[in-house]
Design a binder for this molecule. Structure first.
Ligand code: CUA
Length: 286
């Protein structure tokens, strides 16, 4: 609708400019016959003021209705997901108990209701290919609808300056085919399953990891940092900052401040042997 209104206005304006240019070229002779100036005044008042006001006002009222429909939606949500902004990562909680971070997995072709809030300061949830921006505000829940018509991966970014590592507060929305989603969803809610030996879990439970992270099914249940129950299934570390590889995981554990200065995670001191066991453990959490 807005496109066609703009197209008509554009065509009329270009037509008038062409008309004026033709006249100007014809009338360069000094003995121009002046038209009635009152007609010119009236033309400016109507075409230059009244018509634009009516067109803009009409478009504005029409847009308000459309924005409302986009914001509230008229269908039942297939799924409600809580997305909580933290300095500087995203906590993602599902109704079946699944908890993840920085990767929001949804079924393609379904209307998903996001409940946006924040834990510390203002953040803003923005996935340009799926929806407009909306703020995550501490103490308040904002609702946003998203839908991906096809399976795909869409990058998102915090869009409200929230401190030192605002730029490294990315996330992804991953839309899966419905069957793939069901498999992911059930697995994500389940407790951690590991193929690594107990040594890695012992290191995890006896180090500083325990103070901030949860691995469901173990005694680690802190919520200050991302839930690591299915860490190995995620594609990035530190909110889109690094690819989730063994080498990068090692950097994050040993020296997080060099990657994301100011981040709440302290460096962890481990012997080589402990580090390898811990990496084996974390890499098995899929
Ligand atoms: Cu969170 Cu910027």
């Amino acid at each position: 609708m807005l496109f066609w209104i703009s197209a008509v206005v554009f065509a009329v304006v270009v037509g008038l400019i062409a008309f004026a240019m033709r006249r100007a070229r014809r009338d360069v002779t000094p003995d121009i016959e002046q038209g009635d100036p009152r007609w010119g005044d009236r033309f400016i008042a109507i075409a230059g003021v009244l018509l634009p006001v009516l067109i803009l006002l009409g478009s504005f009222i029409y847009s308000l209705g459309q924005m409302n429909a986009l914001a509230t939606g008229d269908e039942e949500a297939a799924l409600e997901i809580e997305v909580i902004g933290h300095n500087w990562w995203w906590e993602v909680r599902y109704p079946n108990g699944a908890v993840t971070a920085n990767e929001i997995v949804i079924p393609a072709g379904e209307r998903i209701l996001l409940k946006l809030s924040a834990d510390d300061v203002l953040h803003s949830f923005w996935v340009p290919r799926l929806q407009a921006k909306m703020d995550n505000i501490p103490g308040r829940v904002n609702e946003m609808w998203i839908e991906s018509y096809e399976p795909g991966r869409f990058r998102g970014q915090c869009a409200e300056f929230c401190g030192l590592q605002h730029a490294r507060m990315a996330f992804f929305v991953e839309a899966l085919a419905p069957d793939d989603f069901v498999a992911w969803y059930d697995n994500e809610a389940a407790a951690a399953a590991t193929t690594a030996d107990d040594r890695g879990l012992d290191v995890f439970l006896s180090s500083t990891c325990l103070g901030c992270h949860a691995v469901r099914g173990t005694e680690a249940d802190a919520e200050a940092g991302p839930d690591l129950t299915h860490l190995a299934a995620r594609e990035t570390l530190f909110a889109g900052t690094l690819e989730n590889t063994r080498e990068n995981l090692e950097r994050v554990i040993l020296d997080p401040q060099s990657i994301k200065p100011g981040v709440g995670m302290p460096p962890t001191e481990l012997s080589d042997d402990e580090l390898e066991a811990l990496l084996d453990y974390l890499e098995s959490l899929s």
